[in-house]
Design a protein around this ligand. Structure first.
Ligand SMILES: Cc1cc2nc3c(=O)[nH]c(=O)nc-3n(C[C@H](O)[C@H](O)[C@H](O)COP(=O)(O)O)c2cc1C
Length: 172
């Protein structure tokens, strides 16, 4: 093996599986929001699954879920990268993304959030805990309900960084 040193600011890419999700929330003003988040991973599975999101504390979705105590994470597909790019380049602090981007969506069942149509699946979560480190909010949530198409993992998008994303090739 030949190794090359990686700058510490880029080292996260080495372990970023980048399973991209769309965090879906509702604010106290009644407005729904949605934002792509690539820093998301499992936390537990028994008796129910738990997950971790790393959210910038300045985001509207962060403020919403801190206030409401609930959120959903939807799993966008390759065909939804335009939605991902657009929802990730504007803040719900400034605009109603569902209205402005014309995002067709349906209501989640156990939490008050809107799920964009066409996703591979979604997980409805109750907020367990938040730990703030600098400007990053480490958000822990417990899954109340989940739904997905068969083999949803095959349709998922993994976003490592700008210019490097992939969908799963083969399992072994
Ligand atoms: C592909 C992609 C991945 C992203 N991953 C994250 C992430 O892991 N954590 C985060 O805080 N923001 C992430 N962002 C940025 C937010 O989605 C973006 O700032 C968004 O506008 C926040 O919207 P909000 O203020 O309505 O919550 C990502 C953006 C894109 C396009």
């Amino acid at each position: 093996m030949r190794y090359a040193e990686i700058p510490v600011s880029d080292a996260y890419e080495l372990q970023n599986a980048g399973g991209l999700v769309l965090v879906c929330t509702r604010g106290p003003d009644g407005r729904y929001d949605v934002a792509p988040v690539a820093w998301c991973c499992p936390l537990d599975y028994s008796p129910a699954s738990k997950l971790i999101l790393v959210l910038d504390t300045g985001h509207r979705t962060y403020a919403d879920l801190s206030d409401s105590g609930e959120f959903a994470v939807a799993l966008p597909t390759k065909g939804q990268m335009d939605l991902v790019a657009r929802a990730g380049s504007m803040s719900g602090h400034d605009a109603d993304k569902y209205a402005e981007l014309g995002i067709p969506a349906f209501p989640a069942r156990e939490v008050d959030a809107r799920i964009p149509e066409g996703v591979a699946g979604w997980l409805e979560c109750r907020l367990s805990r938040i730990v703030v480190e600098g400007t990053s909010g480490v958000v822990m949530g417990e899954v109340l309900r989940a739904e997905a198409v068969p083999d949803a993992w095959k349709l998922r998008v993994h976003y490592v960084r700008e210019g490097l994303r992939f969908t799963p090739g083969e399992s072994f």
